[in-house]
Write a protein that binds this ligand. Sequence first.
Ligand code: 1CP
Length: 365
Amino acid sequence: MAPQHDFPPLTNDLILRAARGEQTERAPVWVMRQAGRYLPEYRELRKNHEFFEICQTPALAAEFTLQPIRRYSGLLDAAIIFCDIMVVPQAMGLEVIMNPGPSLPNPIRELEDLKRLREKVDVDKELGYVYDAITLTRKELKGQVPLIGFCGAPWTLMAYMIEGGGSKSFQLAKSWLFKYPEESKALLLKIGDVCADYLVGQIKAGAQMAQVFDSWASELSTYDFMTFSLPSLKHIANKVRSRLGAEGIPQVPLTLFAKGANSTLDIQAKEAGYDTIGLDWIYDLATARSIVGDGVALQGNFDPNVLYGGREAIDREVKRVCQSFLGGKAPKAWIANLGHGITPGVDPDDLKFFLECVHKYSAAS
Ligand code: 1CP
């Protein structure tokens, strides 16, 4: 059965068209981590609430999601639901606190620690609060822009679950891959299964696109990315599509952002099963396009630090990228974004200027 929501009609579908591979009058643009600490209204409201309390309270999650949409009215082409990738390890039975990044008081260290993970995860029960937040946000968005759902990739989540937090070397998580390759693959697929059900729940609740963040793909060799991460990423895309198909729910565009996995861009595009490939800032867009071919959309990939360079640099950089990638033609299958999340020290007015530059320079001349 298709979901029975009655959402206001969408008035800006630029990003959905780009994700489907179509030409657009200008590049749609949004920014990873656009609801975050660089916004004074975020810091103000955040003073009164714990991070996961916000995620678990639909009215608060909707409010945080809408903050950048309100401030940059008419300039952002998508909203992303306010939540965090670490809600999946929580749903699997692990305690996670935010301090200020994610931290697990009792991480998985030995094989027998795997017994602490729930054998069967009732994803809809554990993460139903995210679905409620999505449904409420869709209503409050009033059709201004599409709403993106998301989850972390199994490898990135496994890394947090084993390290117990962020890490410089990922020594503990990576030594698992070498010591316990088969158990690691099984764990990655188990996490992937939860992620797929979670994305299906988000889509049924109203998410119009979904993105998988493999932020720590950058830590894996090409071989290890292909051996460990990629199968679990494929599993997510396949399971999401087949469950949506079986339940008569329209498909939505799926994005894979495997940060730092540039040596596998061709494989990501041809094998992983996603509509859009997110890029970090290392390759220029034309090079990435020549590697991935015409079968997928691209998302990215301005260096987030351009936002610290001042207006002149922002103007110069957006102009340079648009001119060299588009050559004056209308963009096709391109979603403009940063190559990673926006950082807390950015001046919100500089982001506004960046968005205006994308609007200006990505339009056909
Ligand atoms: O102090 C605060 O207020 C918390 C800051 C914060 C925010 C705003 C964290 C802690 N998470 C989030 C929200 C969040 N996280 C969103 C939704 C909002 C949006 O994009 O507008 C999303 C998509 C994420 C995803 C996320 N969380 C990723 C993947 C993207 C990426 O940046 O690579 C990762 C790796 C995380 C973990 C995480 N959560 C928070 C921090 C500071 C971190 C990363 C750094 C670390 O490991 O220490």
